[in-house]
Design a protein around this ligand. Structure first.
Ligand code: MN
Length: 306
């Protein structure tokens, strides 16, 4: 609209951008994990809400997204068997990173986070990689008959010889949705769990998240932030495969997305479990808002560096 552009108006097709959007339209991993399917429609609905939200030049925070380039690389082709979809995603994410772009991958199921983590490990073999998983769950379940699924991504990562648990933080996990065995497993691997109740007071979540980024960046060269929308309370994010009654607020999610975008070592971000079959509009606007605030953060990063 003249004089009133939206976020979608400044996004170029292709993969040549500082931030590169990529869709993973799959919920096979959710189905294998026993969850409600529908997240395969996430990327398509995400793009349709992107046309209705997000002023590129934000006069409130005084950041103009025209200072960075944002590209849309489209989706991984739909309908592949799970293992092939993961291979295709890993290759595409790695190629974006190798091309100098910062991928923002929209799922789809949280199983996308394992191929995405591998993409960063493959693209930056000399870097020490740190990972923060923002999630109500730990996602360290065992494979199901040898198959990866939406609850196994971070077990696969913690079992990988290229990665150490001391570079891993589970953020806003909820004890009512996590087994003792899995919590013990993460701790035995050297990972840290920051429980939701520890960050639920006042504005503690954003501050705790910035501290977590700072702690990992102190020892790591490159960071991957993985955001499961089910870490946000169901009243604000109803359209997810497994809604939780309590959880982060939308405002906190935006503050955290901004902090991830603004951090100079964050090289990869993925957003999982938007399920528009369960609820489309509210959760769609929230998912796009996370992308928008991430981009504002990236724009502030470039500003600080110049
Ligand atoms: Mn998850």
């Amino acid at each position: 609209m003249a004089g009133d552009p939206g976020l979608a108006d400044i996004i170029e097709k292709g993969q040549d951008g500082q931030v590169v959007l990529l869709g993973f339209p799959y919920d096979t991993g959710v189905e294998i994990n026993g969850g409600r399917v529908g997240a395969r429609h996430g990327p398509e609905k995400f793009r349709s809400w992107m046309r209705r939200y997000g002023t590129p030049d934000n006069p409130e925070v005084n950041i103009d997204l025209s200072g960075i380039t944002i590209a849309d690389a489209g989706d991984i082709p739909a309908g592949l068997p799970l293992e092939q979809s993961h291979t295709a995603l890993g290759e595409k994410t790695a190629s974006i990173i190798q091309n100098g772009g910062l991928p923002f991958v929209v799922g789809g199921g949280n199983d996308q986070s394992w191929p995405n983590a591998c993409a960063l490990l493959d693209a930056k073999p000399d870097n020490l990689i740190g990972v923060i998983n923002i999630d109500a769950h730990l996602d360290v379940r065992l494979l199901n008959d040898g198959r990866a699924h939406s609850g196994s991504s971070f077990r696969l990562l913690l079992e990988d010889s290229r990665f150490s648990g001391s570079q891993f933080i589970e953020f806003a996990a909820q004890g009512s949705q996590v087994s003792r065995e899995h919590a013990d497993y993460v701790k035995e691997k050297g990972g840290q769990i920051i429980w939701y109740t520890e960050v639920s007071r006042g504005d503690a979540a954003a501050e705790a998240f910035r501290n977590a980024l700072g702690r990992l960046s102190w020892k790591c060269d490159s960071l991957f932030v993985s955001f499961d929308l089910d870490s946000i309370r169901a009243s604000e994010a109803p359209g997810v495969s497994c809604p939780g009654i309590m959880g982060l607020r939308a405002k906190e999610a935006f503050q955290m997305a901004f902090a991830a975008g603004a951090h100079p070592k964050v090289d990869l971000f993925d957003l999982s479990e938007y399920n528009p079959v369960i609820e489309e509009e509210h959760t769609g606007r929230l998912a796009v808002g996370i992308f928008y605030h991430f981009c504002l953060g990236v724009a502030s990063r470039r500003k600080a560096a110049s």
